[in-house]
Design a protein around this ligand. Structure first.
Ligand SMILES: Cc1cc2nc3c(=O)[nH]c(=O)nc-3n(C[C@H](O)[C@H](O)[C@H](O)COP(=O)(O)OP(=O)(O)OC[C@H]3O[C@@H](n4cnc5c(N)ncnc54)[C@H](O)[C@@H]3O)c2cc1C
Length: 404
């Protein structure tokens, strides 16, 4: 297990910490409770991030990023999670971060020029459109109903998606659709780059949802009705959409773990400040063993989560799929972060619920983490399948059979 961060990663993380403490957190405190901050404020934060060399570190330099590898960006991603403004400011927030990664990985030079570089620059936004309403793809993506058919030198897409994060603001969608109905879905599905302004792309609505208020977080229901796109908008290899989606989701699950770990740590920072400041029953709350032990227990959990993230990230950076490590890390971290944020909220009393502190927003954000990128149960299913692969029945040799 490789726990230590590299020198380059530490230096990047330290710059990110300073950026968060000096620039982002003061802006967050100023706007806490006001509703979503404006695009202009996000752009100001991005400008500062560019000047401090913490902007889009995960993308190669030739496309406008800083060119750090997956393992080295980890400390920065954790820092970014300390505020809901950190990810957008450093251009490491979902879903753009995962989408940029996918285009960089499997896109053509033309696609990188047309979509990746403006995404890195923050000039456009993107969305990933896989999940479908009842009867379609969800936890089981094999249920996918959206279809893309070849017609001359065009693809024609028909389908109905929802939970397409940032769909109503996106300039381009990565849409997943069946392309070979005779093949198993895992071998007959492809990814497409669909510009949002194409005829037939309809944003049905933004789904009303539980979620934080300091950022505008939207999840759209989208219909694709005879949407015609040029054949060169196929992203990656035809019929290998599931492979590409996994290449996206493995790292994306881990970057979610990194950001949410940072969020949970910040929640504990806020709670510790509150406990140290607030006096009740003759001493500060921080002097009482109950709150101290509660915080210590959450720090143990977050330390374990950080270790699991690092272990999986080393393997991903080395080109391994690390499916089981990522699944174990995702389940553990999502639950650890949810528990830590809930505890932090409790420690702050009524103030924990108020939007004067960031914890209420964190609480509304973290709940979705146990669902996105695969619900807890789906990852446990993967882990359980491996766990039960080679069961040694010899272990039961000494047990008598019934009636013997
Ligand atoms: C905030 C948010 C953002 C999202 N962003 C995107 C996005 O940008 N793009 C996109 O395509 N999708 C997105 N999603 C969709 C997300 O990936 C799905 O919600 C998730 O995969 C679960 O699918 P489902 O909602 O259809 O649940 P279902 O498939 O209906 O499952 C419901 C529940 O059943 C249980 N379950 C499922 N399978 C099993 C099993 N085998 N054994 C035991 N229990 C099981 C789980 O508890 C699961 O939560 C987002 C979702 C949320 C909440």
């Amino acid at each position: 297990m490789e726990y230590n961060d590299s020198d380059a990663g530490r230096a990047l993380g330290e710059r990110a910490r300073e950026f968060m403490d000096e620039i982002v957190l003061p802006v967050e405190r100023e706007h806490s409770g006001d509703g979503p901050v404006s695009d202009a404020i996000i752009e100001e934060l991005r400008q500062e991030a560019r000047e401090r060399d913490v902007y889009c570190p995960q993308i190669n330099k030739e496309h406008g990023g800083l060119g750090y590898d997956f393992r080295d960006v980890l400390p920065l991603f954790e820092q970014a999670g300390r505020s809901l403004l950190g990810g957008p400011a450093m251009r490491v927030a979902a879903p753009d971060e995962g989408n940029m990664h996918t285009i960089e990985l499997v896109g053509t030079d033309q696609q990188k020029q047309e979509w990746l570089e403006p995404l890195v620059a923050g000039e456009i936004d993107s969305a990933f459109s896989m999940t479908e309403p009842r009867g379609g793809a969800g936890s089981d993506p094999k249920m996918m109903q959206t279809v893309a058919e070849k017609d001359g030198d065009e693809w024609v897409i028909n389908g109905h998606k929802w939970w397409t994060t940032q769909g109503s603001e996106a300039d381009v969608f990565i849409v997943m659709a069946r392309t070979d109905m005779d093949a198993h879905p895992y071998e007959g599905t492809s990814l497409f780059l669909v510009p949002a302004n194409m005829d037939g792309v309809e944003i049905v609505r933004d789904i009303p949802h539980l979620g934080p208020s300091i950022v505008h977080e939207s999840h759209a229901e989208v219909k694709y009705d005879n949407v015609r796109i040029p054949e060169e908008n196929l992203l990656g290899t035809e019929n290998e959409g599931f492979t590409h989606a996994q290449e996206r989701l493995g790292p994306a699950r881990l970057t979610h773990c990194m950001r949410y770990s940072g969020m949970a740590r910040r929640a504990l920072e806020v709670a510790k400040a509150y406990l140290s400041d607030r006096t009740a029953f003759d001493s500060t709350l921080a002097d009482k063993q109950g709150p101290r032990f509660a915080i210590a227990e959450e720090e143990v959990q977050l330390h374990a989560a950080g270790t699991m993230v690092r272990d999986a990230a080393v393997k991903i950076a080395a080109g391994e799929r690390a499916r089981h490590e990522v699944s174990a890390c995702k389940v553990f971290t999502a639950n650890a972060c949810q528990d830590a944020i809930d505890t932090a909220l409790q420690m702050c009393g009524g103030s924990g619920i108020s939007k004067d502190l960031p914890i209420a927003d964190f609480y509304e954000s973290v709940r979705a983490f146990r669902l996105v990128d695969g619900a807890d149960e789906v990852h446990k299913r993967t882990l359980a399948r491996a766990a039960f692969e080679d069961v040694a029945t010899e272990e039961l040799t000494n047990l008598p059979e019934f009636g013997q």
